[in-house]
Design a protein around this ligand. Structure first.
Ligand code: HEM
Length: 504
């Protein structure tokens, strides 16, 4: 027993010695790694001690460093230069499909969110190109759909309340349904009806899946990222069961849409009025030509549907929650925004996305909400496709690449007094917008978020509708809501309510 113990100590010491006297000057800095465990112990301790554990490591190891995991190496980017350079290189265009995310994708390389290589490239190009026909981005179709959703939402709310001029609205999860309905209609067609309950269920399952996933999820899920086999032994603990249940819910809805679209597109002379109908046309085309790209199958529709639904709703709705949180915590900002809105649309015309160009203060507020809230704190992990260099450092093939947005957005050298909510930081002495390029919540490069414009149009129109119609405030008698975010794959404010008093 004693010799075994000595053996272990000797191996550990030899390993540490080898690490400390590492020869390759291009090796990334990082904490001393232990045999088998790598840096798991240091990471667990940092995650328990610090709100921003990656920033804690960055303070020690600089703008780019590595954390060793039992079977993997994680590279963390912690400066603008590192994020912009590394994430724009094609070598970083792989996506990390590990742990219970393998189950999400039915164990296959398909789709846009977690797809890799040629499959990802082709799927992304087809989806983005075709979604444009149905209003993706800046278009009257999208604006009309958002305005319609928010009008319905507010009408229903006022009808339900005893005093429609003073409404207490629990904000958490409230925007999931209107936001996801806009996305859903783009995929399914503007005439398609879907129950609020179905949308809510898909969103709730997605939230549960996100909470149970990844490095910021449960310990079990984080471990399954490195030892995927354990998810079969502990399906509950690792979040595999939650993932499978979410997958089933999304697949059920996807198949319903496909069945309706296949039926419609089987008739001659009909045109495709939704993404799913275009998808079915493409399926028919491939079958006629006897080719199979693998992109147009029932299963890949399931994943595409889940990709668009899951990537769009939680993110945009959480951003809106954060926007309203800061509006009630900073009433002066809200009042200034309201005055700018009044000056921009003095004739009372319905607010359009075009009006945003003339609203410098609104743009500054929206940027500041992104900066402070950091909805995707670590962006979405990538994988290095091959070895490549950043400055004098080597990023090894298969490394998981994460970004630490806190190190960027809360850097006092870049944003003075970074912890204070201050939209004015984005406006110069001449009243022009400045430093907007420093806010990169949608990431950078060819693998950045394709939904940026959709999210911005949706959030801007929904937020301005509220500001125009109601004065928003904290609820008297309730504790002041927390300014900090609940950090996850998608971060969001802790539960809070707001009082909406109708403006005259
Ligand atoms: C506030 C809202 C949003 C934020 C903060 C956000 C942020 C992000 C980030 C950081 C990524 C990872 C990009 C990378 O790896 O470099 C991403 C990917 C993605 N987002 Fe968004 N997103 C938002 C809204 C949306 C919306 C509305 C949609 C869809 C309409 C969408 C669809 C996607 C998709 C499909 C991907 C995967 C892209 C790929 O891997 O090629 N997102 N998003």
């Amino acid at each position: 027993m004693i010799s075994l113990w000595f053996g272990f100590v000797a191996v550990t010491l030899a390993f540490l010695f080898m690490q400390l006297s590492r020869k390759d000057k291009r090796e990334l800095p990082g904490p001393v790694a232990f045999p088998i465990l790598g840096n798991i112990v240091q990471m667990m301790s940092a995650f328990q001690t610090y709100t921003y554990p990656f920033t804690h490591f960055a303070e020690k190891y600089g703008e780019i460093y590595r954390l060793k995991l039992p079977f993997d190496e994680m590279v963390v980017l912690a400066s603008y230069d590192a994020v912009n350079t590394v994430l724009s290189k094609e070598e970083s265009f792989g996506r990390d499909l590990s742990g219970i995310m393998i189950d999400r994708n039915f164990g296959q390389n398909i789709g846009m969110l977690f797809g890799n290589g040629e499959m990802w490239d082709k799927s992304r190009k087809w989806i983005v190109r075709n979604l444009r026909d149905f209003g993706f981005g800046k278009s009257h179709l999208l604006e009309a759909s958002v305005n319609n959703e928010i009008d319905n939402f507010l009408d229903n709310l006022e009808e339900r309340e005893k005093d429609p001029c003073k409404i207490i609205l629990p904000v958490s999860q409230t925007f999931l349904v209107p936001v996801s309905r806009v996305m859903y209609k783009m995929m399914a067609g503007y005439d398609t009806k879907i129950e609020n309950e179905t949308l809510l269920e898909m969103n709730q399952q997605t939230s549960l899946m996100e909470k149970a996933s990844g490095i910021t999820g449960t310990v079990g899920a984080a471990l399954a990222m490195y030892i995927p086999q354990i998810r079969f032994i502990f399906p509950e603990w690792t979040g595999r069961n939650v993932q499978l249940s979410c997958r089933e819910t999304m697949q059920k809805e996807s198949r319903k849409l496909l069945a309706v679209a296949k039926d419609k597109m089987s008739k001659s002379g009909v045109q495709a009025d939704s993404l799913t109908e275009k998808f079915v046309l493409q399926m028919k085309e491939e079958s006629k030509l006897k080719i199979n790209s693998g992109i147009f199958t029932d299963l890949s529709h399931d994943i595409l549907f889940a990709d668009l639904f899951q990537a769009s709703s939680n993110t945009t709705a959480s951003y809106l929650e954060a926007f309203f949180l800061f509006m009630i915590l900073y009433p002066n900002v809200q009042e200034k925004l309201f005055r700018e809105l009044q000056d921009t649309i003095p004739d009372g015309h319905e607010i359009t996305y075009h009006d945003k160009n003339r609203m410098v203060y609104a743009q500054a507020v929206m940027l500041e909400v992104h900066r402070v809230a950091k909805i995707t704190q670590h962006l979405l992990p990538r994988r290095a496709i091959t070895d490549f260099d950043y400055k004098n450092f080597r990023i090894k093939k298969n490394s998981i690449i994460m970004a630490d947005m806190n190190s960027l957005f809360n850097n006092p050298g870049i944003f003075q007094d970074p912890l204070s909510f201050n939209p004015e930081r984005f406006i110069d002495a001449n009243g022009s917008l400045v430093n907007e390029k420093l806010v990169i919540p949608f990431s950078v490069g060819k693998r950045s978020c394709p939904g940026e414009l959709f999210a911005d149009v949706t959030a801007f129109l929904m937020a301005m509708h509220f500001i125009n119609k109601y004065k928003l405030s904290t609820v008297p008698g309730e504790p002041k809501p927390k300014e900090a975010m609940h950090i996850g794959i998608t971060s969001c404010p802790y539960e809070f309510s707001m009082l909406m008093t109708k403006r005259q």
